[in-house]
Design a protein around this ligand. Structure first.
Ligand SMILES: *[C@@H]1O[C@H](CO)[C@@H](O)[C@H](O)[C@H]1NC(C)=O
Ligand SMILES: *[C@@H]1O[C@H](CO)[C@@H](O)[C@H](O)[C@H]1NC(C)=O
Ligand SMILES: *[C@@H]1O[C@H](CO)[C@@H](O)[C@H](O)[C@H]1NC(C)=O
Ligand SMILES: *[C@@H]1O[C@H](CO)[C@@H](O)[C@H](O)[C@H]1NC(C)=O
Ligand SMILES: *[C@@H]1O[C@H](CO)[C@@H](O)[C@H](O)[C@H]1NC(C)=O
Length: 325
């Protein structure tokens, strides 16, 4: 009896290993790509919510291998890294982590889901590395055009309060730009010069400086779909319209949508090209920042991260990629 149980367990392990070691090409000729998830500020890879999400992904799209991006081996360390660190180095670490993962690196492509700041960091991963290449990217409440105010922390959250104190005292200092994560995507339109000069992350990744990086554009416009969600009642991200890459004038409240901005019109990032091809989706969700319902998550998983038909192979980046991918 005991032996049978052990054998059955071993068989199950072997089976799941075989199933998970490659993207599945099943009988109906579809491939289920892995899903990478980058969580937001104050969260960590060990949270129950992350595990539930991984489970949900596999329920909606059976065979989905889920990888939760982590910046440390422990939940505490991972949470701390959402507040403190040099984002350039964090993205380099993630590039190494994903490229070294046997399952992800042998997949033709991966899908990507970013929550809050994890969304713009995934975009950074795509622009700078994209190996393994991302097929569909979905971001929820991300700060694609930065924040112009820092969030208020809850009382007793010393990590958050510590980061905020550092921010208030000198957001453009070299210290803040290399150590405090939200400072690296701070962008106030009334302080544009200081931003362009000092921003360690966002000004670079948004190709806002004089010299544009052609690789960033090439990688981003290789996406099959890029969907951005804004939370209608978001009071955490200021301004909330940053989630859709829009710019807000804090004095008179004018919102300039992405399509009316130079970053789009001059296509610094390939967003216009994606939009022209119907690959850029502007979406909204009801409620406060990151108040995601299971229903919306399921819908997103189905809509963006489902199995890929074989005929779609041509749109899997790695199969049409230039040498070097
Ligand atoms: C899957 O592909 C093979 C080889 O191209 C083909 O013979 C088979 O009919 C396909 N199966 C389905 C269900 O489309
Ligand atoms: C552009 O970005 C790529 C990828 O990060 C990098 O290898 C390259 O050096 C950058 N080019 C310039 C001109 O900064
Ligand atoms: C962040 O790290 C990168 C890579 O190590 C380094 O080149 C850069 O100077 C750092 N940024 C700041 C603001 O110190
Ligand atoms: C914001 O709006 C005010 C009032 O309309 C205007 O004076 C100011 O120039 C605008 N700021 C920016 C950065 O466009
Ligand atoms: C799609 O990719 C699979 C796996 O690489 C391959 O077996 C299949 O022939 C490809 N289908 C097409 C239509 O190119």
């Amino acid at each position: 009896m005991q032996i049978i149980t052990i054998l059955a367990t071993l068989a199950a392990v072997a089976l799941s290993a075989a199933v998970n070691s490659r993207p599945i090409l099943d009988d109906d000729n579809t491939t289920q790509l892995p899903l990478i998830i980058w969580h937001g500020l104050g969260d960590d890879f060990e949270r129950d919510g992350m595990k539930e999400l991984a489970f949900l992904a596999d329920t909606v799209n059976p065979g989905t291998h889920v990888h939760i991006i982590r910046l440390a081996d422990t939940g505490n360390g991972d949470r701390q890294a959402t507040f403190f660190g040099n984002v350039t180095e964090q993205i380099e670490l993630v590039c190494e982590q994903l490229a070294a993962d046997p399952i992800l690196s042998s997949a033709p492509a991966v899908n990507a889901l970013g929550f809050s700041q994890g969304g713009q960091f995934l975009r950074g991963y795509i622009e700078r590395c994209n190996n393994p290449p991302v097929r569909n990217l979905v971001t929820f409440g991300s700060q694609h055009n930065g924040i112009s105010e820092f969030q208020s922390c809850s009382i007793g959250d010393w990590l958050c309060n510590g980061a905020e104190a550092l921010l208030r005292s000198g957001r453009w200092t070299n210290f803040a730009q290399s150590h405090v994560v939200p400072a690296q995507y701070f962008r106030d339109p009334t302080e544009l010069d200081a931003y362009l000069e000092n921003s360690n992350f966002l000004a670079d990744i948004n190709n806002e400086r004089k010299v544009k990086n052609a690789t960033y554009k090439k990688h981003l416009q290789s996406l099959n779909l890029f969907a951005m969600y804004i939370f209608d009642e978001d009071t955490v991200t200021i301004p909330k319209e940053s989630a859709l890459f829009a710019e807000v004038n804090a004095t008179d409240g004018t919102v300039t949508p992405l399509q009316e901005r130079r970053i789009y019109k001059e296509d610094w990032l390939g967003l216009k090209k994606l939009d022209d091809q119907g690959k850029l989706h502007f979406k909204s969700a009801p409620g406060q920042h990151m108040q995601l319902t299971k229903k919306l998550l399921k819908k997103t998983l189905k809509e963006y991260f489902g199995p890929v038909q074989d005929e779609d192979n041509a749109s899997l980046p790695r199969l049409v990629a230039q040498p070097g991918y």
